[in-house]
Design a protein around this ligand. Structure first.
Ligand code: GDP
Ligand code: IMO
Ligand code: MG
Length: 416
Protein backbone atom coordinates (compact mmCIF):
# COMPACT_ATOMS: atom_id res chain seq x y z
CA UNK A 1 0.00 0.00 0.00
CA UNK A 2 1.43 3.33 -1.05
CA UNK A 3 -1.16 5.51 0.64
CA UNK A 4 -2.07 5.09 4.26
CA UNK A 5 -5.01 7.45 3.93
CA UNK A 6 -7.50 8.40 1.33
CA UNK A 7 -8.24 11.78 -0.17
CA UNK A 8 -11.83 13.02 -0.12
CA UNK A 9 -13.25 14.67 -3.17
CA UNK A 10 -15.71 17.46 -4.02
CA UNK A 11 -17.24 17.40 -7.49
CA UNK A 12 -19.84 19.48 -9.34
CA UNK A 13 -22.85 17.41 -10.36
CA UNK A 14 -24.60 19.70 -12.83
CA UNK A 15 -23.22 22.35 -15.24
CA UNK A 16 -20.90 24.11 -12.79
CA UNK A 17 -21.51 26.95 -10.32
CA UNK A 18 -23.24 24.57 -7.93
CA UNK A 19 -21.59 26.17 -4.89
CA UNK A 20 -18.46 24.00 -4.73
CA UNK A 21 -16.41 26.92 -3.41
CA UNK A 22 -18.61 27.37 -0.35
CA UNK A 23 -18.41 23.67 0.56
CA UNK A 24 -14.65 23.36 -0.01
CA UNK A 25 -14.13 26.46 2.13
CA UNK A 26 -16.29 25.15 4.95
CA UNK A 27 -14.72 21.67 4.88
CA UNK A 28 -11.14 22.97 4.57
CA UNK A 29 -10.77 23.35 8.35
CA UNK A 30 -10.79 19.53 8.63
CA UNK A 31 -8.04 19.05 6.02
CA UNK A 32 -4.31 19.80 5.80
CA UNK A 33 -4.18 20.11 2.01
CA UNK A 34 -6.69 21.22 -0.63
CA UNK A 35 -5.93 20.34 -4.26
CA UNK A 36 -7.40 21.60 -7.55
CA UNK A 37 -7.11 18.87 -10.18
CA UNK A 38 -8.40 20.25 -13.50
CA UNK A 39 -9.73 23.30 -15.33
CA UNK A 40 -8.26 26.73 -15.20
CA UNK A 41 -9.41 30.30 -14.65
CA UNK A 42 -12.63 29.51 -16.48
CA UNK A 43 -13.75 28.51 -12.96
CA UNK A 44 -15.22 31.11 -10.64
CA UNK A 45 -15.78 30.19 -7.03
CA UNK A 46 -17.41 32.68 -4.70
CA UNK A 47 -16.86 32.32 -0.98
CA UNK A 48 -18.55 34.45 1.65
CA UNK A 49 -17.09 34.62 5.16
CA UNK A 50 -18.55 37.02 7.73
CA UNK A 51 -20.21 38.96 4.93
CA UNK A 52 -16.94 39.42 3.01
CA UNK A 53 -16.91 38.05 -0.55
CA UNK A 54 -13.90 36.37 -2.20
CA UNK A 55 -13.80 35.36 -5.88
CA UNK A 56 -11.37 32.57 -6.71
CA UNK A 57 -10.46 31.20 -10.13
CA UNK A 58 -7.27 29.17 -9.82
CA UNK A 59 -6.25 29.10 -6.19
CA UNK A 60 -8.01 26.25 -4.37
CA UNK A 61 -11.00 27.27 -2.26
CA UNK A 62 -9.20 26.14 0.92
CA UNK A 63 -7.17 29.34 0.86
CA UNK A 64 -9.19 31.06 3.57
CA UNK A 65 -8.20 28.38 6.04
CA UNK A 66 -4.76 29.59 7.13
CA UNK A 67 -3.67 26.07 8.13
CA UNK A 68 -4.31 24.35 4.81
CA UNK A 69 -1.70 24.05 2.07
CA UNK A 70 -3.20 24.74 -1.34
CA UNK A 71 -2.03 22.71 -4.31
CA UNK A 72 -2.60 23.32 -8.00
CA UNK A 73 -2.28 19.86 -9.52
CA UNK A 74 -0.78 18.75 -12.83
CA UNK A 75 -4.22 18.50 -14.47
CA UNK A 76 -4.88 22.23 -14.17
CA UNK A 77 -4.09 24.68 -16.99
CA UNK A 78 -2.56 27.81 -15.52
CA UNK A 79 -2.59 31.31 -16.90
CA UNK A 80 0.48 32.78 -15.17
CA UNK A 81 -1.01 36.28 -15.60
CA UNK A 82 -4.30 35.29 -13.93
CA UNK A 83 -2.56 33.37 -11.15
CA UNK A 84 -0.15 36.19 -10.29
CA UNK A 85 -3.09 38.61 -10.12
CA UNK A 86 -5.10 36.28 -7.90
CA UNK A 87 -2.16 35.59 -5.58
CA UNK A 88 -1.91 39.31 -4.71
CA UNK A 89 -5.07 38.98 -2.57
CA UNK A 90 -3.31 36.57 -0.23
CA UNK A 91 0.03 37.85 1.11
CA UNK A 92 0.75 34.74 3.25
CA UNK A 93 -0.21 32.27 0.59
CA UNK A 94 0.60 28.65 1.29
CA UNK A 95 0.67 27.32 -2.27
CA UNK A 96 2.32 24.59 -4.29
CA UNK A 97 2.08 24.43 -8.08
CA UNK A 98 2.71 21.25 -10.04
CA UNK A 99 5.69 21.56 -12.36
CA UNK A 100 3.74 19.47 -14.88
CA UNK A 101 0.70 21.75 -15.11
CA UNK A 102 0.42 23.33 -18.55
CA UNK A 103 0.43 27.08 -19.08
CA UNK A 104 -2.22 29.12 -20.80
CA UNK A 105 -0.29 31.72 -22.76
CA UNK A 106 -1.52 34.80 -24.61
CA UNK A 107 -2.08 32.99 -27.90
CA UNK A 108 -4.36 30.42 -26.26
CA UNK A 109 -6.97 32.97 -25.21
CA UNK A 110 -6.74 34.76 -28.56
CA UNK A 111 -7.27 31.42 -30.34
CA UNK A 112 -10.20 30.58 -28.04
CA UNK A 113 -11.96 33.84 -28.90
CA UNK A 114 -11.17 33.64 -32.63
CA UNK A 115 -12.37 30.03 -32.92
CA UNK A 116 -15.59 30.83 -31.10
CA UNK A 117 -16.26 33.56 -33.68
CA UNK A 118 -15.68 31.08 -36.50
CA UNK A 119 -18.17 28.65 -34.98
CA UNK A 120 -20.90 31.24 -35.51
CA UNK A 121 -24.28 29.87 -34.45
CA UNK A 122 -22.60 26.68 -33.21
CA UNK A 123 -20.45 28.57 -30.72
CA UNK A 124 -19.88 26.76 -27.42
CA UNK A 125 -20.10 29.92 -25.36
CA UNK A 126 -16.67 29.44 -23.82
CA UNK A 127 -15.29 31.76 -21.18
CA UNK A 128 -12.67 32.93 -23.71
CA UNK A 129 -9.92 32.11 -21.23
CA UNK A 130 -7.93 29.87 -23.59
CA UNK A 131 -8.88 26.61 -21.89
CA UNK A 132 -9.64 24.58 -25.06
CA UNK A 133 -6.52 25.67 -26.98
CA UNK A 134 -4.25 25.05 -23.96
CA UNK A 135 -5.58 21.52 -23.41
CA UNK A 136 -5.43 20.92 -27.20
CA UNK A 137 -1.75 21.84 -27.22
CA UNK A 138 -1.15 19.57 -24.22
CA UNK A 139 -2.75 16.58 -25.94
CA UNK A 140 -1.05 17.40 -29.25
CA UNK A 141 2.26 17.46 -27.33
CA UNK A 142 2.94 21.07 -28.18
CA UNK A 143 2.20 22.44 -24.71
CA UNK A 144 4.30 24.51 -22.32
CA UNK A 145 4.60 23.19 -18.80
CA UNK A 146 4.96 25.64 -15.96
CA UNK A 147 8.07 23.80 -14.68
CA UNK A 148 9.81 24.95 -17.85
CA UNK A 149 10.07 28.40 -16.27
CA UNK A 150 13.16 27.01 -14.56
CA UNK A 151 15.07 27.36 -17.85
CA UNK A 152 13.78 30.49 -19.54
CA UNK A 153 16.27 30.35 -22.41
CA UNK A 154 14.97 26.98 -23.64
CA UNK A 155 11.36 27.94 -22.99
CA UNK A 156 11.70 31.17 -24.94
CA UNK A 157 13.35 29.35 -27.82
CA UNK A 158 10.63 26.69 -27.94
CA UNK A 159 7.85 29.28 -27.69
CA UNK A 160 9.28 31.41 -30.48
CA UNK A 161 9.65 28.30 -32.64
CA UNK A 162 6.04 27.33 -31.91
CA UNK A 163 4.78 30.81 -32.79
CA UNK A 164 6.75 30.72 -36.02
CA UNK A 165 5.47 27.26 -36.98
CA UNK A 166 1.90 28.32 -36.33
CA UNK A 167 2.17 31.75 -37.87
CA UNK A 168 -0.01 30.91 -40.91
CA UNK A 169 -2.83 29.95 -38.52
CA UNK A 170 -2.41 33.10 -36.43
CA UNK A 171 -2.31 35.21 -39.57
CA UNK A 172 -5.49 33.73 -41.00
CA UNK A 173 -7.27 34.33 -37.68
CA UNK A 174 -5.89 37.88 -37.47
CA UNK A 175 -4.07 37.08 -34.24
CA UNK A 176 -1.02 39.19 -33.50
CA UNK A 177 1.45 38.37 -30.78
CA UNK A 178 4.07 40.87 -29.74
CA UNK A 179 7.20 38.71 -29.69
CA UNK A 180 9.29 41.55 -28.23
CA UNK A 181 7.55 41.30 -24.83
CA UNK A 182 7.80 37.52 -24.49
CA UNK A 183 11.12 37.44 -22.66
CA UNK A 184 10.03 40.10 -20.22
CA UNK A 185 6.79 38.24 -19.47
CA UNK A 186 8.53 34.88 -18.95
CA UNK A 187 10.97 36.54 -16.57
CA UNK A 188 8.10 37.98 -14.55
CA UNK A 189 6.33 34.60 -14.42
CA UNK A 190 9.55 32.96 -13.29
CA UNK A 191 10.21 35.50 -10.58
CA UNK A 192 6.68 35.35 -9.17
CA UNK A 193 5.88 31.65 -9.59
CA UNK A 194 9.08 29.59 -9.45
CA UNK A 195 9.24 29.58 -5.62
CA UNK A 196 5.92 27.71 -5.56
CA UNK A 197 6.59 25.21 -8.35
CA UNK A 198 7.40 21.65 -7.35
CA UNK A 199 6.61 17.99 -8.00
CA UNK A 200 3.21 17.97 -6.32
CA UNK A 201 2.59 14.25 -6.90
CA UNK A 202 5.58 13.34 -4.75
CA UNK A 203 4.55 15.99 -2.24
CA UNK A 204 1.03 14.53 -1.97
CA UNK A 205 2.31 10.94 -1.69
CA UNK A 206 4.70 11.92 1.11
CA UNK A 207 2.05 13.90 2.92
CA UNK A 208 -0.51 11.12 2.67
CA UNK A 209 2.06 8.59 3.89
CA UNK A 210 2.55 10.69 6.97
CA UNK A 211 -1.16 11.01 7.64
CA UNK A 212 -2.06 14.42 6.21
CA UNK A 213 -5.70 14.79 5.23
CA UNK A 214 -6.28 15.78 1.62
CA UNK A 215 -9.34 17.31 -0.02
CA UNK A 216 -9.58 17.26 -3.83
CA UNK A 217 -11.52 20.10 -5.41
CA UNK A 218 -13.15 19.74 -8.82
CA UNK A 219 -13.99 22.72 -10.98
CA UNK A 220 -16.85 23.03 -13.50
CA UNK A 221 -19.39 20.20 -13.36
CA UNK A 222 -20.10 16.65 -14.52
CA UNK A 223 -22.25 17.66 -17.50
CA UNK A 224 -19.35 19.80 -18.79
CA UNK A 225 -16.95 16.82 -18.73
CA UNK A 226 -15.06 16.33 -22.01
CA UNK A 227 -16.13 12.66 -22.27
CA UNK A 228 -19.31 12.42 -20.25
CA UNK A 229 -20.81 15.88 -20.69
CA UNK A 230 -23.06 17.30 -23.38
CA UNK A 231 -20.36 17.25 -26.08
CA UNK A 232 -19.39 19.48 -27.85
CA UNK A 233 -20.90 21.95 -25.39
CA UNK A 234 -18.41 21.04 -22.68
CA UNK A 235 -15.13 22.23 -21.26
CA UNK A 236 -11.86 20.57 -22.26
CA UNK A 237 -11.01 18.66 -19.08
CA UNK A 238 -12.15 15.58 -17.16
CA UNK A 239 -14.31 17.25 -14.56
CA UNK A 240 -15.60 14.03 -12.98
CA UNK A 241 -14.09 12.33 -9.93
CA UNK A 242 -11.98 10.03 -12.13
CA UNK A 243 -10.21 13.16 -13.41
CA UNK A 244 -8.78 13.71 -9.95
CA UNK A 245 -6.43 10.75 -10.25
CA UNK A 246 -5.05 11.96 -13.55
CA UNK A 247 -4.90 15.55 -12.40
CA UNK A 248 -2.96 14.83 -9.19
CA UNK A 249 -1.16 11.50 -9.50
CA UNK A 250 -3.15 9.96 -6.65
CA UNK A 251 -4.33 6.52 -7.69
CA UNK A 252 -8.08 5.75 -7.84
CA UNK A 253 -7.53 3.53 -4.81
CA UNK A 254 -6.46 6.50 -2.73
CA UNK A 255 -9.70 8.38 -3.24
CA UNK A 256 -12.03 8.19 -0.28
CA UNK A 257 -15.38 9.95 0.13
CA UNK A 258 -16.84 11.48 -3.00
CA UNK A 259 -19.19 14.37 -2.25
CA UNK A 260 -21.28 15.68 -5.14
CA UNK A 261 -22.41 19.30 -5.12
CA UNK A 262 -25.78 20.11 -6.72
CA UNK A 263 -28.10 23.09 -6.65
CA UNK A 264 -31.72 22.62 -5.55
CA UNK A 265 -32.56 23.73 -9.11
CA UNK A 266 -30.39 23.93 -12.29
CA UNK A 267 -28.32 26.52 -14.10
CA UNK A 268 -26.05 26.56 -17.11
CA UNK A 269 -23.77 29.25 -18.60
CA UNK A 270 -22.94 29.08 -22.29
CA UNK A 271 -24.67 27.03 -24.97
CA UNK A 272 -25.82 23.43 -25.17
CA UNK A 273 -28.73 21.23 -24.12
CA UNK A 274 -30.55 22.00 -20.89
CA UNK A 275 -33.84 20.04 -20.76
CA UNK A 276 -35.32 21.74 -17.68
CA UNK A 277 -34.50 25.32 -18.69
CA UNK A 278 -37.40 27.64 -17.87
CA UNK A 279 -37.83 30.56 -20.26
CA UNK A 280 -40.74 32.09 -18.34
CA UNK A 281 -41.30 33.91 -15.06
CA UNK A 282 -40.04 31.02 -12.93
CA UNK A 283 -36.66 30.97 -14.71
CA UNK A 284 -36.36 34.71 -14.26
CA UNK A 285 -37.30 34.45 -10.58
CA UNK A 286 -34.63 31.78 -10.03
CA UNK A 287 -32.07 34.03 -11.76
CA UNK A 288 -32.93 37.04 -9.62
CA UNK A 289 -33.30 35.21 -6.28
CA UNK A 290 -30.21 33.11 -6.95
CA UNK A 291 -28.13 36.03 -8.29
CA UNK A 292 -27.35 33.79 -11.23
CA UNK A 293 -24.75 35.89 -12.97
CA UNK A 294 -21.31 34.37 -13.60
CA UNK A 295 -18.36 34.97 -11.25
CA UNK A 296 -15.89 34.78 -14.15
CA UNK A 297 -17.57 36.45 -17.12
CA UNK A 298 -20.58 38.18 -15.50
CA UNK A 299 -22.85 36.42 -18.02
CA UNK A 300 -26.44 35.74 -17.08
CA UNK A 301 -26.89 32.05 -16.21
CA UNK A 302 -29.70 30.06 -17.83
CA UNK A 303 -32.03 28.78 -15.09
CA UNK A 304 -34.49 25.93 -14.67
CA UNK A 305 -35.75 23.13 -12.45
CA UNK A 306 -33.88 20.30 -10.71
CA UNK A 307 -33.22 17.45 -13.13
CA UNK A 308 -33.29 14.24 -11.10
CA UNK A 309 -32.45 12.08 -14.13
CA UNK A 310 -29.26 14.04 -14.82
CA UNK A 311 -28.26 14.20 -11.15
CA UNK A 312 -28.81 10.46 -10.62
CA UNK A 313 -26.66 9.79 -13.71
CA UNK A 314 -23.96 12.20 -12.50
CA UNK A 315 -23.97 10.68 -9.01
CA UNK A 316 -23.28 7.25 -10.47
CA UNK A 317 -20.58 8.53 -12.84
CA UNK A 318 -18.72 10.09 -9.94
CA UNK A 319 -19.43 7.37 -7.41
CA UNK A 320 -20.94 9.89 -5.00
CA UNK A 321 -21.21 8.73 -1.40
CA UNK A 322 -23.39 11.73 -0.63
CA UNK A 323 -24.63 14.96 -2.08
CA UNK A 324 -24.67 18.54 -0.80
CA UNK A 325 -27.84 20.32 -1.90
CA UNK A 326 -27.10 24.01 -2.38
CA UNK A 327 -29.17 27.20 -2.59
CA UNK A 328 -32.37 25.70 -1.15
CA UNK A 329 -33.29 29.25 -0.04
CA UNK A 330 -33.53 30.37 -3.68
CA UNK A 331 -36.71 28.27 -3.94
CA UNK A 332 -38.29 30.21 -1.03
CA UNK A 333 -41.58 31.83 -2.00
CA UNK A 334 -42.33 29.66 -5.04
CA UNK A 335 -45.92 28.39 -4.94
CA UNK A 336 -45.08 25.25 -6.94
CA UNK A 337 -41.68 23.67 -7.58
CA UNK A 338 -41.07 21.27 -10.45
CA UNK A 339 -38.63 18.36 -10.61
CA UNK A 340 -37.79 16.43 -13.77
CA UNK A 341 -38.16 12.67 -13.14
CA UNK A 342 -37.96 11.31 -16.70
CA UNK A 343 -37.58 12.45 -20.30
CA UNK A 344 -39.78 12.04 -23.34
CA UNK A 345 -37.78 11.01 -26.40
CA UNK A 346 -39.59 10.13 -29.65
CA UNK A 347 -42.87 9.83 -27.69
CA UNK A 348 -41.29 7.24 -25.38
CA UNK A 349 -40.61 7.93 -21.71
CA UNK A 350 -37.04 7.19 -20.67
CA UNK A 351 -35.38 7.43 -17.29
CA UNK A 352 -31.73 7.62 -18.36
CA UNK A 353 -29.53 10.35 -19.82
CA UNK A 354 -29.33 9.86 -23.59
CA UNK A 355 -26.45 11.14 -25.74
CA UNK A 356 -28.88 13.30 -27.72
CA UNK A 357 -30.02 15.27 -24.69
CA UNK A 358 -31.04 18.18 -26.93
CA UNK A 359 -33.94 16.11 -28.25
CA UNK A 360 -35.65 15.24 -24.96
CA UNK A 361 -38.58 16.93 -23.23
CA UNK A 362 -38.72 16.84 -19.44
CA UNK A 363 -41.42 14.96 -17.53
CA UNK A 364 -42.13 16.82 -14.30
CA UNK A 365 -43.67 16.15 -10.93
CA UNK A 366 -44.74 19.12 -8.83
CA UNK A 367 -44.11 19.95 -5.21
CA UNK A 368 -45.86 22.51 -2.99
CA UNK A 369 -43.55 25.37 -2.13
CA UNK A 370 -42.66 26.94 1.21
CA UNK A 371 -42.16 30.42 2.65
CA UNK A 372 -38.67 30.53 4.11
CA UNK A 373 -35.63 28.29 4.46
CA UNK A 374 -32.99 31.03 4.26
CA UNK A 375 -30.43 30.84 7.05
CA UNK A 376 -31.93 27.69 8.63
CA UNK A 377 -29.24 25.49 10.21
CA UNK A 378 -31.21 22.44 11.41
CA UNK A 379 -33.17 20.04 9.25
CA UNK A 380 -36.13 19.88 11.67
CA UNK A 381 -36.45 23.67 11.52
CA UNK A 382 -36.98 23.69 7.76
CA UNK A 383 -40.58 24.18 6.57
CA UNK A 384 -42.33 20.84 6.22
CA UNK A 385 -42.63 21.14 2.43
CA UNK A 386 -38.88 21.82 2.13
CA UNK A 387 -38.15 18.68 4.17
CA UNK A 388 -40.49 16.74 1.89
CA UNK A 389 -38.74 18.15 -1.21
CA UNK A 390 -35.32 17.02 0.05
CA UNK A 391 -36.55 13.59 1.16
CA UNK A 392 -38.16 12.98 -2.23
CA UNK A 393 -35.09 14.18 -4.18
CA UNK A 394 -32.95 11.81 -2.18
CA UNK A 395 -35.09 8.88 -3.31
CA UNK A 396 -35.12 10.02 -6.94
CA UNK A 397 -31.35 10.43 -7.19
CA UNK A 398 -30.61 7.34 -5.08
CA UNK A 399 -27.94 9.22 -3.13
CA UNK A 400 -28.10 10.50 0.45
CA UNK A 401 -28.28 14.29 0.79
CA UNK A 402 -26.04 14.81 3.79
CA UNK A 403 -25.64 18.57 3.65
CA UNK A 404 -28.06 21.37 2.76
CA UNK A 405 -27.03 24.97 2.19
CA UNK A 406 -29.43 27.81 2.96
CA UNK A 407 -27.40 30.98 2.22
CA UNK A 408 -24.02 31.95 0.75
CA UNK A 409 -22.54 32.24 4.25
CA UNK A 410 -20.13 29.58 5.48
CA UNK A 411 -22.20 28.91 8.61
CA UNK A 412 -25.62 28.56 6.99
CA UNK A 413 -25.54 24.83 6.35
CA UNK A 414 -27.50 21.88 7.65
CA UNK A 415 -25.68 18.61 8.39
CA UNK A 416 -27.82 15.49 8.45
P1 GDP B 1 -18.89 27.18 -7.75
O1 GDP B 1 -18.32 27.58 -9.07
O2 GDP B 1 -19.47 25.82 -7.76
O3 GDP B 1 -17.93 27.37 -6.61
O4 GDP B 1 -20.12 28.17 -7.49
P2 GDP B 1 -20.14 29.75 -7.73
O5 GDP B 1 -19.38 30.38 -6.63
O6 GDP B 1 -19.77 30.10 -9.13
O7 GDP B 1 -21.68 30.04 -7.65
C1 GDP B 1 -22.44 29.77 -6.51
C2 GDP B 1 -23.00 31.10 -5.98
O8 GDP B 1 -24.02 30.83 -5.05
C3 GDP B 1 -21.98 31.94 -5.23
O9 GDP B 1 -22.26 33.30 -5.44
C4 GDP B 1 -22.21 31.56 -3.77
O10 GDP B 1 -21.86 32.60 -2.86
C5 GDP B 1 -23.69 31.34 -3.77
N1 GDP B 1 -24.18 30.34 -2.82
C6 GDP B 1 -23.58 29.19 -2.39
N2 GDP B 1 -24.41 28.53 -1.57
C7 GDP B 1 -25.55 29.24 -1.49
C8 GDP B 1 -26.80 29.05 -0.81
O11 GDP B 1 -27.04 28.06 -0.15
N3 GDP B 1 -27.75 30.03 -0.97
C9 GDP B 1 -27.55 31.13 -1.73
N4 GDP B 1 -28.53 32.02 -1.83
N5 GDP B 1 -26.38 31.34 -2.38
C10 GDP B 1 -25.41 30.40 -2.27
P1 IMO C 1 -17.05 26.65 -12.04
O1 IMO C 1 -15.80 25.95 -11.54
C1 IMO C 1 -20.00 27.12 -15.20
C2 IMO C 1 -18.63 26.56 -19.32
C3 IMO C 1 -18.60 27.77 -20.24
C4 IMO C 1 -18.92 27.09 -21.57
C5 IMO C 1 -18.15 25.76 -21.45
C6 IMO C 1 -16.79 25.77 -22.13
O2 IMO C 1 -17.20 28.03 -11.58
O3 IMO C 1 -18.24 25.79 -11.80
P2 IMO C 1 -14.47 26.87 -21.45
O4 IMO C 1 -14.08 28.30 -21.24
O5 IMO C 1 -14.23 25.99 -20.27
O6 IMO C 1 -13.88 26.29 -22.71
O7 IMO C 1 -16.06 26.91 -21.72
O8 IMO C 1 -18.00 25.52 -20.07
N1 IMO C 1 -17.87 26.71 -18.05
C7 IMO C 1 -18.45 26.87 -16.86
N2 IMO C 1 -19.76 26.99 -16.52
N3 IMO C 1 -19.06 27.10 -14.24
C8 IMO C 1 -17.76 26.93 -14.56
O9 IMO C 1 -16.80 26.76 -13.63
C9 IMO C 1 -17.40 26.87 -15.92
N4 IMO C 1 -16.22 26.74 -16.58
C10 IMO C 1 -16.53 26.64 -17.89
O10 IMO C 1 -19.59 28.70 -19.89
O11 IMO C 1 -20.28 26.78 -21.65
MG1 MG D 1 -18.51 29.10 -10.50
Amino acid sequence: MINKNRADLIVGIQWGDEGKGKIVDSLAKDYDIVVRYQGGHNAGHTIVVDGKKYALHLIPSGVLNPKATNVIGNGVVISPEALIKEMKQFPDLNLKISDSAHMILEHHSLLDIAKEKLRGKNAIGTTGRGIGPAYSDKVARNGFRIGELEDIDSLEERLLQYLEQNSPIFKSLEIEIDKRTIREKLELYREKLLPYITNTTNYLWNEMDSGSRVLLEGAQGTLLDIDHGTYPFVTSSSTISAGASIGTGLSPKSIGNVIGIAKAYSTRVGNGPFPTEDFGDDGEKLRQQGHEFGTTTGRSRRCGWFDAVAVKHASRLNGCDSLSLMKLDVLDGFEKIKVCVAYKLDEKEISYLPTNLDEVKPVYIEFDGWEQSEGVREFDKLPENAQKYINELEKLIETPISLISTSPDREDTIQR
